[in-house]
Design a protein around this ligand. Structure first.
Ligand code: AMP
Length: 114
């Protein structure tokens, strides 16, 4: 099976500005930022989207969220806050079929989201 875009970033076949990496996840700058800070945190296992996550993905999903908070803290977003976003499917605007969590911060966010 061909690699997802994010697997190519993990394999260093596509360049990215990487902020964090361990054996389960990688966090890198979004190429089309929607906020002053916009980072994607991605499980190395290519789960296509959250709706297709399996019970055996429990640990990696927990790790993803804990590390998202750690990366946000390291990026200086803790004091003013930040938003974590997971887009699932076409209505949500998902464009890369490899599960990822957006970390958005550095500006005031609107609610409801667009
Ligand atoms: P989503 O629309 O939730 O699927 O998010 C996919 C995100 O991947 C978008 O915010 C894109 O800007 C981002 N993206 C696409 N290609 C790259 C890339 N080569 N490096 C970093 N981010 C990317």
């Amino acid at each position: 099976m061909s690699k997802t875009l994010f697997e190519k970033i993990i394999a260093r076949e596509i360049p990215a500005t990487i902020f964090y990496e361990d054996e389960k996840v990688i966090a890198f700058k979004d190429v089309n930022p929607q906020a002053p800070t916009h980072v994607l945190i991605v499980p190395k296992k290519p789960v296509p989207r959250i709706a297709e996550a399996k019970p055996e993905d429990h640990d990696v999903l927990g790790h993803l969220l804990l590390k998202a908070a750690e990366v946000a803290r390291q990026l200086g977003l803790n004091e003013k806050g930040y938003r974590l976003v997971i887009n699932n499917g076409p209505d949500a605007g998902e464009s890369v079929p490899h599960l990822h969590c957006h970390i958005l911060g550095g500006r005031k966010m609107a609610w409801p989201p667009g």
